[in-house]
Design a protein around this ligand. Sequence first.
Ligand SMILES: *Cc1c(COP(=O)(O)O)cnc(C)c1O
Length: 405
Amino acid sequence: MTSQSNPLMSITPRPQLQFERGEGAWLYDAAGRAWLDWLQGWAVNSLGHAPKLVADTLYQQACTLITPSPAFNNTPATQLAQWLVDHSCMDQVFLANTGAEANEGAIKLARKWGRLHKDGAFEIITFTSAFHGRTIAAMSASGKPGWDVYFPPQVPGFPKATLNDIESVRRLIGPHTVGIMLEPIQGEGGVNAASRAFLQALRALCDEHQLLLIFDEVQTGCGRTGPLFAYQASGIEPDIMTLGKGLGAGVPISALLAKAACSVFEHGDQGGTFCGNPLTAAVGLAVMQHVAQPAFLANVVARGAQLQSGLIELSARFGLGEVRGAGLLWAIELGDERAEAVMRAARDNGLLINNPRPHCLRIMPALNTTAAEIETGLALLGKTLAQFYAPSAQKHRTDMLAAYK
Ligand SMILES: *Cc1c(COP(=O)(O)O)cnc(C)c1O
């Protein structure tokens, strides 16, 4: 199909494949060919493809109440909000549909708080390589290379600091600063973790200067990195947090959460036609109740450790670079800029992976993936890497393994 004959706007170079159905870790085309899916809708399908829990919940709720109006209460929205409050450090919730929309809400909430409590301060310090979504304000908050010139003019008020460089943050604090916003682990940026020490220093900086700390957990939240929310591994608490992606396990729902002291929206400040609709809220609740089970999160950690050691072994075998991540969000550095070619070759071999940067691959399996599926994926990745890289010398391999201990 040429881009002119396709009724869909061409926004990305999509492969010729048409996936017909999915089941758990696997995607199938019409001819029945299978791909092991390590994208899972970009870290969205926390329960894999077509999970029965989501299908059943959607059906039940669709037969009960789909959308009464955002101006009325509905039971699933109230229950999901209460569940999120009970299982996090947050006090109130606004339900939305996408990560970008939740982040827009976070930005609005911070600006509102600044107007009420900080003399009109509105600047939110964000980070190079950050990704916060594709609305104009969320793109302005993002730090993806080149994004600053995509759709000028940018929304002002998002000065950029460098991740894990506390002085770069401190330097940007001024009379208009209202908050600091970041992903605990930058996902689209290539799985770059903010260190525990850095997050704790940010919390201290926010307390010192009366700033709001905003965590974009659209990718890291909902069990993706091991704990229910990534902030729980940092020893500190943000003031505002956003969730998306895995929250609906494939169904579009997101959330903006805030502590009571900064939950300052007044009537008319925030809303949205589909925000808090019972259809997706019921799914969010069912998914979160499932994901929060200790055995479920233990599987994320165990499969993550298995994936990590397999990736370290592959990196050593082929003389590649750093393996980094947490839970079931991982990246491997290639040491060159062939990530796109490797991604395509993996696809030809029946494995779907992502190349967030030219020099690294990202892996985001379903959170309920099995040990056998991880082994299959590692074997397919190994086969693919062998098409590009020669096995490296034994000594190098031993050195590399030691370096990761
Ligand atoms: C994907 C993502 C977003 C944007 O979510 P959408 O649902 O695509 O709007 C925002 N922040 C982070 C960290 C993300 O990974």
